[in-house]
Design a protein around this ligand. Structure first.
Ligand SMILES: Cc1cc2nc3c(=O)[nH]c(=O)nc-3n(C[C@H](O)[C@H](O)[C@H](O)COP(=O)(O)OP(=O)(O)OC[C@H]3O[C@@H](n4cnc5c(N)ncnc54)[C@H](O)[C@@H]3O)c2cc1C
Length: 319
């Protein structure tokens, strides 16, 4: 019996959420006294996962998997998990897992809990805490299936190092499914992706126009952050739709979310509630966002943001 963790990668590089999922799996394997197996697909350096304590790393390498397709990835993860006699499969609550986890759940006859935000509350039966209603509430889910899949929310558990000396097994012994072929993918390049970012700097209509977005971009690049925006900003074409966050846009679960000139409408807050620390810069002290903020600056973005950038650059220069 084994705990299996699917460690996600993109272009062969592990995402941070892979280390978090593996840290989570390590805790479960310790508490249930089962082996921990990390499963990777086309990862360039699977051995780097040894920092997070797996007993085994199963590295699947095959050029047919260079492009992600939900059906192929789900088939493979199911097949290897079954061979490993999996009891709990841990994944990240990511865009990819939203496609593949339900397919794996059907293939393995497994229970599935997405948006898991803490270590299991109980093991027999398995009970987990999940966020729901766009992070406004939690539910405690009891899972009674023989196999269960847990998808862990970004930045909810954290990354814990625990060095091991795992056996690394390379394999491409799986049933290939060539029904789906991805011909091309256009990716945004040179920017930090919102889903994986630790820090997100977001701008709203208060920025007045796209010509002022250098303020958001400068602050983001000083902090190594991703840039985001409110819905009207992307609807007006000031920013691409890939940056729109909120109920109808992307969800954000960053450690720090800085909102500049964003009013804080419920549809916007619905997408960013899971962020840990929220900082709001707005010239209207009555803006609803201040009620949801951990820190707030009442002031004109065009005065505050350049000063903030200057101070941060000076601070970084001193480090
Ligand atoms: C079904 C539905 C789904 C929706 N989904 C989403 C969604 O997913 N995401 C989303 O964002 N919205 C969504 N909306 C829209 C949402 O209701 C709000 O209209 C929108 O979030 C407002 O965007 P904003 O805060 O950028 O603009 P505004 O509401 O116009 O707010 C601009 C803010 O900037 C401040 N400001 C102005 N000048 C300055 C300055 N110089 N310095 C500092 N601050 C300044 C103002 O005080 C104000 O608070 C949805 C709406 C509906 C009906």
């Amino acid at each position: 019996m084994a705990i299996v963790v699917y460690a996600e990668s993109q272009n062969g590089e592990f995402k941070k959420n892979a280390f978090e999922a593996l840290s989570y799996g390590k805790l479960i394997s310790k508490n249930t006294n089962q082996d921990l197996v990390a499963l990777t697909i086309n990862a360039k350096d699977p051995s780097s996962l040894a920092n997070y304590g797996p007993d085994k790393i199963l590295s699947i390498i095959d050029s047919s998997l260079d492009q992600f397709t939900a059906q192929n990835y789900a088939n493979i993860i199911s097949q290897y998990s079954k061979d490993l006699n999996v009891t709990i499969l841990v994944m990240s609550s990511s865009a990819d897992s939203k496609y593949i986890a339900p397919l794996i759940s059907v293939q393995l006859g497994a229970g599935l809990a997405s948006n898991v935000v803490s270590e299991p509350l109980n093991y027999n039966p398995l009970k987990v805490k999940r966020s729901c209603f766009t992070n406004k509430a939690y539910n405690h889910t009891v899972m009674k299936s023989k196999i269960n899949i847990l998808c862990v929310s970004n930045n909810s558990f954290g990354v814990n190092e625990s060095k091991s000396d795992p056996e690394i097994i390379k394999s491409n012994d799986f049933i290939k499914d060539d029904k789906i072929k991805v011909e091309a993918i256009d990716r945004l390049s040179g920017s930090v992706s919102i889903a994986d970012a630790d820090i997100v700097v977001s701008g709203g209509r208060g920025l007045k126009g796209p010509e002022n977005w250098h303020l958001i971009e400068d602050l983001a690049s000083t902090l190594g952050a991703a840039t985001a925006c409110s819905k009207p900003v992307s609807d007006m074409g000031w920013r691409p739709h890939s940056e729109h966050v909120g109920q109808t846009g992307k969800p954000v679960a960053s450690n720090l979310y800085i909102a500049i000139g964003v009013s804080g409408a419920i549809q916007h807050l619905a997408g960013i509630n899971a962020s840990k620390v929220k900082v709001v810069i707005n010239n209207d002290s009555e803006a609803p966002f201040f009620k949801a903020a951990d820190y707030g600056i009442v002031g004109d973005a065009f005065d505050v943001v350049p000063k903030l950038i200057e101070k941060l650059k000076a601070f970084k220069g001193r480090q």
